[in-house]
Design a protein around this ligand. Structure first.
Ligand code: NAD
Ligand code: LMR
Length: 327
């Protein structure tokens, strides 16, 4: 049997955490032959609730779950960890934009970036989920000077999956037949869900949907989906967010399928004219635990303007938290 990998989950007693930990323990994230040790990090006020999550994990008797550590101490939570999933943060409520959370949540990610720098495995892979996710990932990466910034990513996989779900519904197609969807930019209203390169069951997407539908209905629906769910549930997405976390980490660790790509927010290397260092969502392929940006895609004037609009918002967010970026 393979040695167990250590997976830290912050905010593990929260809504997303509760939908996530059981799936990781069952093997959904790293496969049916990969044991895991869960290191669940919470704040002191949520430790009682976390202990209940721990009891339920025990009661599932998952064969792949080799140990559970529950703590409110980041040093213990991140010690030796191979994968860090940073969920613990405040969610928005009705009427708010995700960036309205910035001042309240940002400090969490500077502290956790430092703790990851000092205590995690040197190869740790970090996924930031707490909003505003891209800028929080920038903060965490900037506070971990001994690690490569490429080890820090933010989640736009939920937007990517939402885009596929909308296309499947509209075209009456199977999800598995939909390839090469991209979500560019920020996990926010300025994100750009882009389907010019998409194929459905081997056909160009615009054989099945019109460009007008994409611009007038598809793009705004995906951009607003988080708010639509908050409106309906009174709470932000949790199960679908947990599912996207499983997908993001699974593909990063184990690879993306041939002929397709996924969307991940990663530190920009300047590709497609985006300022280097901003955590920006790109189309990526993954192999052997690494990711690469898909290069050479043609972008028309409309698309370039959408990419720039999301970059502008990220630059504005960065200016707000500048004091949390050392150096
Ligand atoms: P929640 O309020 O149900 O749970 C958050 C948990 O985090 C709580 O248990 C809280 O005690 C814990 N926590 C707070 N600060 C912490 C800290 N410093 N260290 C460890 N734990 C801490 O919220 P939720 O619904 O699980 O959402 C969590 C975050 O994820 C929110 O910011 C939400 O907006 C974001 N989110 C992002 C995406 C995405 O696609 N990127 C999707 C859904 C939700
Ligand atoms: C989402 O996209 O569902 C999350 O980011 C939660 C939110 O605030 O919309």
């Amino acid at each position: 049997m393979k040695p167990a990998v250590k997976v830290t989950i912050t905010g593990a007693a929260g809504h997303i955490g509760y939908a996530l930990v059981f799936r990781i323990a069952s093997g959904a994230m790293f496969g049916p032959d990969q044991p895991v040790i869960l290191r669940l990090l919470e704040i002191p006020q949520s430790m009682s609730s976390l202990s209940g999550v721990g009891m339920e994990l025990e009661d599932c008797a998952f064969p792949l779950l080799h140990d559970i550590v529950m703590t409110d101490n980041p040093e213990i939570g991140f010690r030796g960890t191979d994968y860090a999933i940073l969920i613990g943060a405040k969610p928005r409520s009705k009427g708010m934009e995700r960036k309205d959370l910035i001042t309240e949540n940002a400090k969490i990610f500077s502290h956790q970036g430092k703790a990851i720098n000092d205590h995690a495995s040197r190869d740790v892979k970090v996924l930031v989920v707490g909003n505003p996710a891209n800028t929080n990932a920038l903060i965490a990466a900037s506070n971990a000077p001994d690690l490569n910034k490429r080890q820090f990513t933010a989640m736009t996989r939920l937007d990517h999956n939402r885009a596929i779900g909308q296309l499947a519904g509209k075209t009456n197609s199977l999800v598995a037949d939909i390839k090469r969807v991209t979500v560019w930019g920020n996990h926010s209203m300025t994100q750009f869900p882009h389907i010019d390169n998409c194929e459905i069951a081997g056909k160009p997407v615009y054989d099945l949907v019109s460009q007008d539908w994409a611009i007038d209905h598809f793009i705004p629906r995906v951009q607003r989906r988080g708010a639509e769910i908050i409106e309906a549930r009174g709470l932000s997405s949790a199960a679908s967010a947990a599912d996207a976390i499983v997908d993001h980490m699974h593909d990063w660790a184990l690879g993306t399928p041939e002929g397709d790509w996924v969307s991940m927010a990663i530190p920009s290397d300047g590709s497609y004219g985006i300022e280097e260092g901003l955590v920006y969502s790109y189309p990526v392929t993954c192999k052997d635990g690494n990711y690469e940006i898909v290069q050479g895609l043609d972008l028309d004037e409309f698309s370039v303007s959408r990419l720039k609009a999301s970059q502008k918002e990220l630059l504005e967010e960065r200016a707000i938290i500048q004091d949390l970026l050392p150096g």
